[in-house]
Design a protein around this ligand. Structure first.
Ligand SMILES: Nc1ncnc2c1ncn2[C@@H]1O[C@H](COP(=O)(O)OP(=O)(O)O)[C@@H](O)[C@H]1O
Ligand SMILES: [Mg+2]
Length: 319
């Protein structure tokens, strides 16, 4: 397995309290495979993404679990080794909102070349610019984009440039955190198409993160549904979307009238996502669940394999 995450926990300290943003997440990802992670805002998706690259805010720490990349545990690896051989080189990321993080007054080519020169020894400026031009072509931009400033580009072009930058050191795994959220629907579809193409062409493995089920369904071989710091359901995209087993997944999907025709109407799931400082005991979804039983209030549901490779954590499923 290219990437295997086991029981990952990442918490933030806020004054005397602990925000359990990622609280025991496990998944694996093969070569040229895409995993879509979907869940409401605040459920811990970006925290998980940052934990996977160990790019943590100063008040965050990984408190448990392993992140095995080609069998090597990143969690216990010294920062120096991560920087030298792994971060950006094997596993890379398009940060949420990074489209607007490009420096507006530095040419696109310079910014990509800079990323290459900083992280790879002995690359000349000329070589780095040549590689930047190739990367721009790979993401569907003209080579002339090299000499343009980010403010001259459209939103979609800027997002392509950011993706090119994330691919600059030939990573095997790309984490894309809400890469289409700021874009209109048509441009969004083009970026999703690009990501599908990159997966095939570069045999890239992609962890695609979004709060939008319809977007996730467009790009994912497999999906994981995240709720309050945990995965409540995961499996083949088709299996999960056609036969959602967890009441939260069912609610998320019913909020999209048709997976193919996104965002016509939106039915809200009743209630608010829970606090990650004091999450509800038992099943974290129980205060909002239409099928809540006594056991749900006290016991955490076990993860059940509802059919081969399709897992859900819900007391309704027995086990
Ligand atoms: N730097 C931080 N310090 C403390 N809490 C944070 C920090 N960043 C995010 N959080 C909290 O962690 C939880 C998960 O946030 P996040 O990972 O951004 O969720 P998502 O990406 O799913 O919207 C939220 O409750 C959020 O308020
Ligand atoms: Mg986020």
């Amino acid at each position: 397995m290219l990437l295997a995450v086991e029981g990952l926990k990442m918490y933030y300290g806020v004054s005397n309290e602990t925000v359990k943003a990622v609280d025991g997440v496990s998944f694996s990802l093969g070569e040229a495979e895409s995993l879509g992670i979907v869940g409401e805002s605040g459920c811990g998706k970006s925290s998980l993404a940052m934990a996977l690259l160990k790019i943590l805010p100063s008040n965050a720490r990984i408190v448990d679990g392993r992140i095995l990349l080609e069998g090597v545990d990143i969690v216990s690896l010294p920062e120096e080794r991560l920087r030298r051989g792994i971060r950006w080189k094997k596993i890379s990321m398009v940060f949420q909102g990074s489209m607007s993080a490009l420096n507006p007054v530095i040419k696109v080519g310079e910014q990509i070349a800079e990323a290459i020169i900083i992280h790879e020894n002995g690359v000349t400026k000329k070589e780095a610019l040549e590689r930047a031009a190739n990367l721009l072509e790979i993401v569907g931009l003209d080579r002339s984009t090299l000499k343009r400033y980010p403010f001259e580009l459209s939103g979609g072009q800027r997002q392509r440039a950011v993706i090119a930058m994330a691919l600059a050191l030939n990573p095997k795994v790309l984490i894309a955190d809400e890469p289409t959220t700021a874009l209109d629907v048509i441009v969004q579809a083009q970026i999703l198409k690009l990501l599908r193409e990159l997966k095939e062409r570069l045999r890239l493995s992609i962890v695609f993160i979004s709060h939008d089920v319809s977007v996730i369904s467009e790009v994912s071989d497999r999906v994981a549904i995240m709720y309050a710091g945990k995965f409540v359901e995961s499996g083949n995209a088709e299996a999960v979307f056609l036969k959602p087993s967890h009441p939260y997944t069912q609610a998320l999907i019913s909020a999209v009238p048709s997976i193919k025709e996104p965002r016509k109407t939106f039915k809200y799931i009743v209630g608010q996502p829970p606090s990650l400082i004091n999450p509800p005991p038992g099943c974290r979804f129980h205060p909002r669940c239409p099928y809540v039983m006594d056991v749900c209030r006290s016991e955490e549901p076990p993860i059940i394999e509802v059919e081969k490779g399709h897992f859900a954590a819900c007391h309704l499923l027995g086990g």
